[in-house]
Design a protein around this ligand. Structure first.
Ligand SMILES: *Cc1c(COP(=O)(O)O)cnc(C)c1O
Length: 429
């Protein structure tokens, strides 16, 4: 918490004389009491602020911020973003249904990415008249053409090209190298556009690229866009004019206690400058697809300590949240700052913070120096707004958490806690 007091990157701050952690103006202790734990809490205020950072960074050109739904697909968050002008990047028919449920008026602002779209998913997206399909293979393009023909409509598409750019991030979320499953080799793209331009059911509309996630430097974004705008210029000279460049998502956040280095406005400005420079004369519309950067730091997972136990030299803090609620530490060895909601005085000690799931991989922190905590205390796992609830599961037949959206001093439940009947609802004996 040392630097947190002046850290603009998070909406969670100690408030009042007793220093209880609050989200915007709402005490996490009060929310835990009202809704139970584990509980996801989001600052809607920060989510909108982050969206606006991108919107104003690109205000000088025609653009659309297509929030990547997979980072956090809560309907209330989608609605909030849509109301503030966002479009959406989806990767499944389920995500399309979510956007249509939360903000049907935003259908025309949806781009559909993903390496394996089914005919049913394509049909649903054609019917919804989405903005563009980001196509990842020639066979998918053929499928798109055949579905469009059946409906008698022209499908707008972009090829998601693979620019062969290395982005320094966790190998599971790096996507821009030729050896990855994503995209079409950029060297083959021109020929595919030329052929598609002759197909009456296809409209070459854009080029897209997405090189990975949690990328902290602006350089790889610039490198990828340089290659993409070169291709766009080449195609234009051959008579295939594309009106959109989609730069994808991937801008990373600082999961370690913030400070100046992680000033979000500066980060977005640097990212935008790299992209602007690389667009090099492209006059069409720019799309970007940020997910994590918009929602990650707006969210915390609030959990109660069930038990503190010692095994040999190790101290384990066992929480009522587990890897099924937040899998990032187990899946990506990710770091999450963990802070007591109501700090106790005393010396720090080194602990493991773990959940009750029957897996050694079920941990939130290992060998972490923490202020004393006791059974019954509340902890907040920070920066949990992205790829937290969205990647949660019912593993160990655990019911998934509730979600609360805070805006200033107001708050509301936006997803109720699952109950046992929800878990059993789809099964037959
Ligand atoms: C995951 C993904 C994003 C969002 O990535 P973030 O790192 O959350 O910004 C954007 N576009 C595509 C195609 C994706 O797969």
């Amino acid at each position: 918490m040392k630097s947190d007091q002046n850290n603009l990157s998070r909406p969670f701050h100690a408030a009042g004389a007793r220093g209880v952690l609050a989200c915007d103006g709402v005490s996490l202790q009060a929310l835990a009491k009202q809704y139970g734990t584990p509980l996801y809490v989001y600052s809607g205020t920060q989510i909108v602020e982050r969206l606006r950072l991108f919107q104003s960074a690109f205000a000088g050109r025609e653009h659309l911020v297509c929030y990547a739904v997979k980072a956090n697909s809560s309907l209330a968050i989608l609605k909030l973003l849509a109301e503030n002008g966002a479009g959406f990047d989806i990767v499944s028919g389920g995500e399309l249904a979510r956007v249509l449920a939360a903000a049907p008026e935003a259908a025309g602002r949806v781009v559909f990415s993903g390496v394996g779209k089914t005919a049913e998913e394509i049909d649903a997206a054609l019917d919804a008249k989405i903005l563009e399909f980001n196509v990842e293979s020639e066979s998918e393009l053929a499928l798109l053409a055949s579905r469009a023909k059946k409906r008698g409509v022209k499908a707008r598409f972009a090829l998601r090209v693979n620019p062969d750019v290395f982005a320094d991030t966790h190998p599971y979320i790096s996507t821009g190298l030729r050896e990855h499953k994503f995209g079409i080799d950029i060297r083959q793209a021109a020929a595919i556009y030329r052929a598609a331009a002759k197909n009456k059911w296809l409209e070459p509309h854009g080029i897209s690229v997405h090189i990975g996630s949690q990328i902290r430097s602006a350089d790889p974004f610039g490198a990828a866009i340089r290659r993409v705008s070169k291709l766009a210029a080449q195609l234009r000279s051959e008579g295939v004019s594309l009106c959109v460049i989609d730069a994808g998502g991937g801008l990373g956040i600082d999961y370690h206690a913030g400070g100046d280095a992680s000033d979000p406005a500066a980060k977005v400005a640097e990212y935008a400058a790299a992209i602007e420079k690389a667009l090099d004369g492209f006059e069409g519309r720019l799309l970007i697809e940020p997910g994590r950067f918009i929602v990650a730091q707006a969210g915390a997972l609030v959990t109660r300590v069930l038990n503190v136990k010692k095994n040999g030299k190790k101290t384990f803090v066992i929480t009522d949240a587990a890897m099924n609620d937040l899998i990032r530490p187990a899946l990506y060895q990710a770091y999450h700052e963990i802070v007591p909601v109501k700090p106790r005085a005393g010396r720090t000690r080194v602990v493991d913070v773990v959940g009750p799931v029957c897996e050694t991989g079920d941990f939130f922190a290992r060998d972490r120096e923490m202020k004393p905590v006791e059974a019954g205390d509340l902890l907040a796992l920070l920066d949990a707004g992205a790829y937290g609830m969205a990647q949660s599961s019912n593993y160990n037949s655990r019911m998934r958490p509730a979600e609360v959206l805070v805006e200033g001093k107001k708050y509301r439940l936006v997803r109720r806690r699952e109950e046992m009947r929800d878990l059993l609802a789809t099964e037959m004996v």
